[in-house]
Design a protein around this ligand. Structure first.
Ligand code: ACO
Length: 325
């Protein structure tokens, strides 16, 4: 039976110029390169320049994704930006990116699911495309987490970085089998009982301030592997694939130990896993498209390859996407 699928037409990314190593961080807080590498796998991260906004990062990534898709901004009728660090409380950063691209038709809005934002954004765009409401979507993950970090808190400021990535999706008629190209299955979940384990202690509706990121790292860690594994299993079950049929595993880059835990449970071989964490840190909603972009640039994303993406973040929110390139 013919169905509409959201086919990935192109990917792009952008990292701010300034690179901050663990040694640079050790001059700001009481930490060492050794501690950070051993506990997280992170060696360096990028930090947005003064005046460089989340929308600037997202726009640069979006331009690259469009260029590689062979499409023009006018071809896009839906722009979704996944971010927890918007330029302003409102309007949405997606609307600014839409404007920077010169798009005046269609719709643009932000998705707020923190580190799971890109997965939530893909799932949202996919449903709009499958419903026939839009034809081509730009899904951007863009963050300036450096602006919400407490730079005196060594337990959190060493983990995150800034950056952006984007993909272009196009609605295409496919056969309705699991051999189709495009997004084959998505799962998104959330559970607010875990709010206090990972949050920002400010906001316009509560403190009237922006606030800083707070996290109970141990507890987040404890939940991450099982929750992520659960949604991955559901996408595999829905499509009838097994983990060893995955060609490329593109996880949210939170922590090398979490990634190892998931990879071991899934039994995915190491050469299929995309790891950008060591040079980028955790860039929240930007980490999956940044990793996808790096894999694409290295020639690791093959035509018709089965790609698995997953994430978990504040809320908690978590989710997975299975797609054929
Ligand atoms: N440098 C040096 N020492 C540090 C640092 C640091 N940057 N941070 C904490 N420490 C110290 C602590 O003070 C503590 O010292 P103490 O024993 O004297 O009290 C010691 O190191 C151990 O601290 P823990 O918090 O128990 O360290 P843990 O092994 O749990 O590692 C970490 C912390 C890396 C945050 C870990 O819990 C983790 O990875 N959690 C997952 C959280 C995560 O990845 N979050 C990302 C956002 S959510 C997401 O994207 C999924």
């Amino acid at each position: 039976m013919a169905v509409i699928r959201s086919v990935i037409k192109g990917v792009g990314a952008y990292l701010p110029k300034r690179r901050m190593t663990n040694d640079d961080l050790s001059k700001i807080v009481d930490t060492t390169d050794e501690w950070i590498v051993e506990r997280t796998g992170i060696r360096a991260r990028h930090i947005a320049a003064e005046g460089e906004r989340t929308s600037d990062l997202g726009y640069a990534a979006a331009r690259k994704a469009l260029e590689r898709s062979g499409l023009e901004p006018r071809d896009i009728d839906l722009v979704i930006c996944a971010t927890a660090t918007p330029d302003r409380t409102f309007p949405a950063t997606a609307v600014r990116i839409q404007h920077m691209l010169g798009i005046e038709h269609g719709a643009a809005f932000d998705v707020q699911a923190v580190c799971s934002g890109f997965v939530f954004g893909l799932a949202t765009a996919d449903n709009f495309l499958k419903a026939g409401q839009f034809k081509r979507a730009l899904v951007v993950g863009a963050e300036t987490f450096s602006r919400i970090l407490d730079w005196q808190d060594r337990t959190t400021c060493v983990l995150f970085g800034d950056g952006a990535g984007a993909v272009v999706l196009e609605a295409q008629a496919q056969t309705g089998t699991r051999e189709d190209r495009g997004i084959l299955a998505t799962r998104i979940r959330s559970d607010g009982r875990y709010e206090d384990l990972l949050y920002v202690d400010g906001g316009p509706g509560s403190t009237r301030t922006t606030g800083h990121l707070r996290m109970n790292g141990r507890e987040v860690f404890r939940h991450a592997v099982n929750k992520i594994y659960g949604v991955i299993e559901e996408t595999l079950h829905e499509t009838g694939y097994t983990a060893d049929e995955i060609d490329l595993f593109v996880p949210h880059q939170a922590n090398a130990r979490i990634l190892d835990g998931i990879a071991k449970k899934l039994k995915v071989s190491p050469e299929k896993i995309v790891m950008t964490l060591s040079q980028q840190g955790n860039t929240s909603a930007a980490s999956i498209p940044l990793a996808l972009n790096e894999a694409w640039e290295q020639g690791r994303v093959k035509e018709n390859g089965l790609v698995l993406m997953e994430a978990m973040g504040g809320g908690f929110t978590w989710g997975a996407v299975l797609a054929r390139w």
